[in-house]
Design a protein around this ligand. Structure first.
Ligand code: NAD
Length: 484
């Protein structure tokens, strides 16, 4: 299969190339082969994309919500029809098993296009009656040109989670995918045009961090939505603040998952497996600090080890494979360096811990037990298949320890005690919490972080507030009284 796109960028409804941009190679993580060669955006490309988005915005916002929504829903249908081909592309872009990409990537992108397409017609302001017949009405307005900047773990999903609500509200978008996984967003742009989106409504340009930085500071841009790490989020948020731009920051995490003695152990082990090893551990909301109550610790570790040997590691295009490579050599080396730190700081390696001897960037699913709160592997985001299991005795103790982190993306609890479950989630300092499950992110539910994990929410009706603003109109039905 040929993964080379017609050109690097998609601007004003068509593919565009500028070979003066820095080389950008796309590597298939399962083999290390180069599968496409692109170019990072030059200043001329950045300018062209922003102008295109700026020029298209007023006419797009002037359509009725019903018309905009119809286009988004048509794009959703096309994505579902092409799910298999898009999943093959996503697997080559990211290395994630086809078993995952066929159910979690284009499908979740399609969900977002469908959901926000459905909402578009009902985005309104309100009428506020005042005394004496006066009243206020509010008009929900688009922000203008929005910039989306993506991480590499869910490229199609991120392109749609940002694009769909932005477009539903009447904004236009310039989206910059991660330089590691640049291919799928181009397909999203193509599909939107095919579905009837006017030229310039959704543009994609490639590039490294410097291209993202140029977009964030450009005066034509009204809003920036970033999915990435906390260090990048700090820089982007600060740069956006200088221009008083709206932001959504979807950043990293080191989320706790608490397993009480009364929990269903099989479910808790399943949650820990999904919350640490799905997508080879490259999921922002992963529950990488698994706190297990002392009485069930050995039983939990035993079942975890027994089940992990059933992970089918191999060619991600094989439909039976459930665990693929990491996205890049660099990311694999980062995870390996954390494994070394875990060993050096005295954590007990239960399973895994090694690179797998085959082409590509494969790392074994790895579990450390006897991890303590101050170990590096318990404090820093690894973004790889490395689980830390920590012991605890009481609810009070584990609550304090679970929240003792700068991050606040997600948190989960496994228990059969109903009141305790709700007490625990009430105490969690995290944006997205789970009771007796982990890592689900349906488009109907708000998703996002607190503390250093981010600002704003994606998905759900709340995302609309992050892609629109209210104009207040005061209407007087009375004479104007002036003191002189
Ligand atoms: P990253 O921060 O290195 O890069 C993210 C994006 O920002 C890339 O497109 C990159 O080119 C761009 N970028 C880098 N420097 C920039 C700058 N100065 N200005 C503007 N753009 C810049 O992150 P990554 O390694 O691609 O992704 C992994 C991180 O993303 C992890 O921390 C993970 O937790 C996080 N993540 C968060 C969510 C979420 O929804 N909260 C989802 C997925 C990933």
């Amino acid at each position: 299969m040929n993964f080379q796109p017609r050109a690097s960028h998609f601007i004003d409804g068509e593919y565009v190339e500028d070979a003066n941009g820095a080389a950008l190679e796309v590597i298939y993580p399962a083999t290390g082969e180069v599968i496409a060669r692109l170019h990072s955006a030059t200043p001329a490309i950045i300018d062209k994309a922003l102008n295109s988005a700026k020029n298209a915005q007023a006419a797009w916002a002037a359509l009725s919500g019903t018309e905009r929504g119809r286009i988004l829903r048509r794009a959703s249908d096309i994505m579902r029809e092409r799910n298999y081909d898009l999943s093959v592309l996503e697997t080559h872009d990211t290395g994630k098993p086809i078993q995952e990409t066929t159910v979690a990537d284009a499908t979740s992108g399609a969900d977002a296009l469908e959901y926000f397409g459905g909402l578009a017609a009902s985005l309104t302001g309100e009428h506020i009656p005042l005394g004496g017949g006066d009243f206020v009405y509010t008009i929900r307005e688009a922000l203008g040109v929005c910039v989306g900047i993506g991480a590499w773990n869910y490229p199609t999903q991120i392109a749609c989670w940002k694009g769909a609500p932005a477009l539903a509200c009447g904004n236009t978008m310039v989206f910059k995918p991660s330089e590691t996984t640049p291919l799928s967003a181009l397909k999203v742009a193509e599909i939107l045009v095919e579905a009837g989106a006017p030229k310039g409504v959704y543009n994609v340009i490639q590039g490294y961090g410097d291209v993202g930085a140029s977009l964030v500071t450009d005066p034509r841009v009204a809003k920036v939505s970033l999915t990435g790490s906390v260090p990048t989020g700090r820089k982007v948020y600060a740069a956006a603040a200088d221009g008083m731009k709206h932001v959504t920051m979807e950043l990293g995490g080191k989320s706790p998952m608490i397993v009480f003695e009364d929990a269903d152990i099989e479910n808790a082990v399943s949650g820990a497996i999904l919350g640490n090893f799905y997508s080879s551990g490259q999921v922002c909301s992963n529950g990488t600090r698994v706190f297990v109550q002392k009485g069930i610790k050995e039983a939990f570790l035993k079942r975890l080890s027994e089940r992990l040997v059933n992970a089918k590691i191999g060619d991600p295009m094989d439909e039976d494979v459930s665990f693929g490579p990491m996205v890049s050599k660099n990311q694999m080396n980062i995870a390996l360096s954390y494994i070394e730190k875990g060993k050096a700081e005295g954590a007990r390696l239960i399973i895994g811990g090694e690179r797998i001897d085959r082409d590509g960037y494969y790392l074994q699913p790895t579990v450390f037990a006897d991890v303590t709160d101050n170990m590096t592997i318990a404090r820093e985001e690894i973004f790889g298949p490395v689980m830390s299991v920590l012991d605890f005795e009481t609810e009070e103790e584990v609550m304090t320890r679970a929240n003792d982190t700068e991050f606040g993306l997600a948190a989960g609890v496994f228990t059969n005690d109903l009141t305790r479950a709700h007490r625990i989630v009430a105490g969690f300092e995290a944006g997205t919490c789970y009771i007796n499950t982990y890592n689900l992110a349906p488009v109907e539910a708000p998703f996002g972080g607190s503390k250093m994990s981010g600002v704003g929410r994606e998905n759900s009706k709340l995302a609309i507030n992050h892609f629109s603003e209210m104009k207040t109109v005061y209407v007087s039905m009375n004479d104007v009284e002036a003191p002189y």
